[in-house]
Design a protein around this ligand. Structure first.
Ligand code: DOR
Ligand code: ZN
Length: 433
């Protein structure tokens, strides 16, 4: 199929000098000035706008199959396109769990049918996320879904022997194990970050050591198995020190931070509004500061949203009963701009590194996270760095509306998203073919 040309005029790649970018057959055909497109080609006037490689999110919950009251692959794909994403990794804590070839192939196929973003299913590490018996990693990796990341996210692979076996298989298969690092023995009943806010509110504490100790253990196991370990949603400054040492020792470990752990703190909990309940919990201002600096330094590799839609019946309840998680896809870029770009910690090259290049490298995607250059796949995001907008959960593409940024004015806006040369979102509207 011949994909029609798209001409992006006067865009600033990585915030640098303005150029025209001509796209044909899904790849960048030409970069220069005064370029013209064939008749009937779509044109995007990008004067003053920044052009970045399409974003890749290593951590989303699309809830399908089984949780369609909160999100579907279609609504989650729409949110992803509007947020500037061209590829997402869908976590396996669905119903049924994505622990077999059948389920991962279903998720993959449905993502391709919707066609707005490349949906890569993450396979479960253990059968039913139960933590006791390894799932068939090999058959999922070799399936049509080509699973390249495995995780029991939502739960930790707590048993060190199971984790070691998973890493051994991962090493042999050339895939990544993404760990939700939480020692459940230390967090039983936990409702909030263990600290002064939780004490004052009377909420049981989730100690930072529950994360740090699992990451230290897993780094040792990754060293012994020469496997690729990815640490999901790092939330504590202590964990950063473990990662720094492991990376210095040459261990194959990568790590992500969520937008909310860069911007929000447990001070938000004083409202008792469960929209702020998330796992791992929001921590202190010292932690967010450490997280931002580690991202700038590269000790934390990527920003991943942990987009976790929950319908009102699961979220608008008292704190203890509410499910943890918050929307992230449509606010990720803006939160990163507020937390790291505006304070001068990241420039646009840095944004491209943490939202596109590194996530693609970690999962071995060859067609995403590429530089903006002739011959490269045209997976692109156009953003207005000067725009400000007010977040409204009800106006988002997700079925659920649980955004912790409700009513906040945030900087930076996604103007258009391009997947293999096709515009998937433009000016806040999804373009479904
Ligand atoms: O807050 C969270 N929500 N953390 C997780 O690990 C799971 C996720 C979910 O599935 O809702
Ligand atoms: Zn998790």
């Amino acid at each position: 199929m011949l994909v029609p040309d798209l001409l992006i005029r006067n865009a600033r790649p990585y915030g640098e000098d303005a150029v025209d970018v001509l796209i044909g057959n899904g790849v960048i055909a030409e970069i220069g000035s005064g370029l013209t497109a064939s008749d009937g080609a779509e044109t995007l006037d990008a004067a003053g706008l920044v052009l970045l490689p399409g974003f890749v999110d290593l951590h989303v919950h699309l809830r399908e199959p089984g949780g369609e009251e909160s999100e579907t692959i279609e609504t989650g794909s729409r949110a992803a396109a509007l947020g500037g994403f061209t590829a997402v990794f869908a976590m396996p804590n669905t119903n049924p769990v994505a622990d077999t070839e059948v389920v991962v192939e279903h998720v993959h196929r449905r993502g391709a049918e919707v066609g707005l973003v490349d949906v890569h299913p993450v396979g479960a590490v253990t059968v039913g996320l139960e933590g006791t018996k390894l799932a068939e990693l090999g058959s999922m990796a070799r399936s049509r879904a080509q699973v390249r990341m495995f995780s029991d996210d939502g739960r930790c692979v707590n048993d060190p022997l199971i984790m070691r076996r998973a890493l051994e298989y991962a090493s042999a298969l050339g895939v990544v194990i993404a760990q939700h690092a939480e020692d459940h023995r230390l967090t039983a009943g936990a409702q909030a970050h263990e600290g002064v806010v939780a004490s004052r509110l009377g909420l049981a504490g989730w100690p930072a050591a529950a994360e740090e100790t699992i990451v230290a253990r897993d780094c040792a196991l990754a060293r012994d198995t020469d496997a690729a370990l990815h640490v999901c949603h790092v939330s504590s400054a202590h964990t950063i020190e473990v990662l720094r040492a492991a990376k210095a020792a040459g261990i194959r470990v990568s790590a992500e931070v969520t937008p909310h752990h860069l911007l929000l703190t447990d001070a938000a909990l004083t409202s008792y509004d469960p929209v702020h309940k998330v796992n791992p919990p929001l921590r202190t201002a010292a932690d967010t500061k450490a997280m931002r600096e580690a991202l700038a330094e590269g000790v934390l590799d990527v920003v991943a949203t942990d987009h976790a839609p929950h319908a009102a019946q699961y979220k608008d309840t008292e704190w203890a009963a509410a499910r943890p998680g918050m929307l992230g896809l449509q606010t990720a870029l803006s939160v990163l701009v507020a937390a790291c770009v505006e304070p001068g910690l990241l420039d646009w090259h840095g944004v491209a590194r943490v939202l596109s290049q590194r996530p693609a490298e970690i999962t071995g995607l060859s067609d995403h996270g590429r530089p903006i250059a002739v011959g490269e796949p045209a997976n692109l995001t156009v953003i207005d760095p000067d725009a400000q907008w007010t977040v409204r959960g009800a106006a988002m593409a997700s079925i659920a509306a649980n955004t912790p940024y409700e009513g906040m004015r945030l900087p930076g806006r996604v103007v258009a998203t391009v997947l293999r040369g096709r515009v998937t979102a433009r000016d806040g509207k999804v373009h479904q073919s």
